[in-house]
Design a protein around this ligand. Structure first.
Ligand SMILES: *Cc1c(COP(=O)(O)O)cnc(C)c1O
Length: 498
């Protein structure tokens, strides 16, 4: 253990401080009587704060920051999360004084520039997705899903079609889809995937009927595969009176290539904190704007930004048909601004390259590693793909020289030793040893090659001596916590034993 791996409480030394001020008691300060704090509100004992010097504090925070891993630190191929680089120009623009000091309760006439950003972003995302209009109020992808489902429910309710209480979700769906449906009070009906990893149209047909509110899909799906039957699926769902919801968290490979609106989707959410390069992780802030087709525009939640006839912008709360209100104001403006800066920076031409490069990178890694890792679905993928563990995990069961093979968890842990973030593991649930890799378009071929080389080295180690993997990571401050306890009962603060 390095000296500065110690907790700051362990560095504490009685009487040490990081400041020096002249000694003055409160009674010397003029008017101090009014500053007196009622005795009942004063603590009996001083808090047990660490007593350290300024340099100890600086080193504490600097070292802590270096124990974290982010996309600014290294390659982050976390499948289903689109950990692309967040260009620094986004931050510069979001930090501009005129934007930073805004208050959501300012009158519309004093925030015309900000409202114009909402309006222009609406136009840009509508053009990219083939939708008619957006709300920016939802603050995350899952929040967008709930908002979209509320719109679907409102649409059916206001038509007096009260029997549509079920929503179809594929078995490969992201966990937030069935969760959002349940929160919205809809009953989830699961449609199976076929052997190619796509929605099984034969399994879908008998599920359709007058009780179906719609279907939630993502395309490419969670296996990174394009749902080729989407045209037929859209026709079938519309025929039965349902709506098509597109989980646009997987929009990255389609940007500039294909539009969900053209595939037949009526409603979608995007994750600006994935596809549109705004920072994410750590619980936010995020942005999950929801776009709808023409006929669903009146159901968008309030408040809404509108452009008036004289060219100025206003915020309206016309809620006659709106599916309620889903956040305090207009959503996370700073995040929307970053996404807008990203779109403008790329421009019409380069925006079309995002999906192509994301797809190229994923296929390059897949093809370079498929002789060491099991590839259950070998077709061309989009922005991500799934391995099902190692081809040779090094196990020797029943040979007399018994030994356990390396698992997907062991591969992920070993990667940390080489300075790469682990891919998504054990998701999707369709495979027992899933390793889900999404490189994104912002990585150079040299970075992809370095990752491939390390993944091949790990596969060779597993075949030779899986114990190396089982003991990994070898140089991380925390190695293998009990993940359930760490998630359910995290110890987040120092507990003084004294
Ligand atoms: C990330 C993701 C979500 C949820 O987005 P959050 O912003 O984390 O709520 C939903 N669906 C898919 C496919 C995703 O990858």
């Amino acid at each position: 253990m390095k000296y500065y791996d110690k907790l700051i409480f362990e560095l504490s030394k009685e009487g040490r401080t990081g400041y020096s001020l002249p000694c003055r008691s409160l009674s010397e300060v003029e008017g101090s009587a009014s500053a007196a704090i009622p005795a009942g509100l004063l603590r009996a004992e001083a808090p047990a704060l660490p007593q350290v010097s300024e340099v100890d504090v600086v080193r504490h925070y600097t070292n802590l920051s270096q124990m974290n891993f982010g996309v600014d630190t290294g390659f982050y191929p976390l499948g289903s999360c689109t950990m692309k680089y967040n260009p620094k120009i986004n931050e510069e623009i979001a930090n501009m004084k005129g934007f930073q000091g805004l208050h959501p309760l300012q009158p519309a006439c004093s925030v015309q520039g900000a409202l114009e950003v909402y309006y222009n972003m609406d136009k840009a995302l509508s053009a990219i997705t083939g939708m008619a209009g957006f709300t920016f109020n939802p603050c995350a992808g899952a929040h967008g899903e709930l908002t979209g489902l509320m719109i679907i429910r409102q649409y059916h309710l206001l038509r007096g079609d009260l029997k549509r209480t079920k929503i179809i979700v594929p078995d490969s769906a992201h966990g937030t889809n069935p969760a959002s449906a349940a929160v919205c009070g809809l009953e989830v009906v699961v449609v199976k995937s076929n052997a190619d990893g796509l929605v099984d149209v034969a399994d879908l047909k008998p599920l359709l009927g007058p009780d179906i509110a719609g279907i939630m899909m993502t395309n490419p799906n969670t296996l990174g595969l394009f749902e080729k039957e989407i045209g037929e699926i859209a026709a079938l769902v519309h025929e039965c009176g349902g709506l098509l919801y597109y989980d646009g968290a997987n929009m990255n490979p389609l940007i500039g290539m294909v539009r969900p609106g053209d595939m037949g989707f009526d409603i979608l959410h995007l994750n600006l904190h994935k596809s549109f390069s705004t920072p994410h992780g750590g619980g936010g802030p995020g942005s999950g704007p929801v776009g709808v087709c023409e006929k669903l525009l009146p159901y968008l939640p309030v408040p809404k930004v509108v452009k008036k006839e004289d060219g100025s912008f206003d915020v309206v709360c016309d809620s006659e048909k709106a599916a309620g209100q889903v956040s305090g104001f207009l959503g996370n403006f700073g995040v929307i601004l970053r996404g807008y800066a990203y779109i403008l920076m790329l421009g019409k031409q380069n925006v079309k390259l995002v999906g192509k490069y994301a797809t190229l990178g994923a296929n390059y890694i897949k093809e370079s590693l498929k002789d060491c890792y099991k590839l259950p679905i070998p077709s061309v993928c989009k922005h991500e793909f799934v391995f099902d563990g190692l081809i040779n995990d090094g196990s020797r069961k029943g040979t007399g020289d018994e030994r356990e093979g390396a698992t997907t968890l062991d591969v992920a842990k070993r990667l940390l030793d080489f300075g790469f973030h682990a891919p998504t593991i054990y998701f999707p649930l369709l495979f027992h040893q899933a390793i889900m890799i999404e490189p994104t378009e912002t990585e150079s071929v040299e970075t992809l090659d370095a990752f491939i080389e390390v993944m091949r080295k790990i596969a060779a180690e597993a075949a030779e001596d899986p114990a190396i993997l089982k003991a990994a990571p070898h140089n991380a401050p925390i190695t293998r916590p009990d993940e359930t306890t760490a998630a359910r009962q995290p110890v987040l603060k120092f507990q003084d034993e004294a």
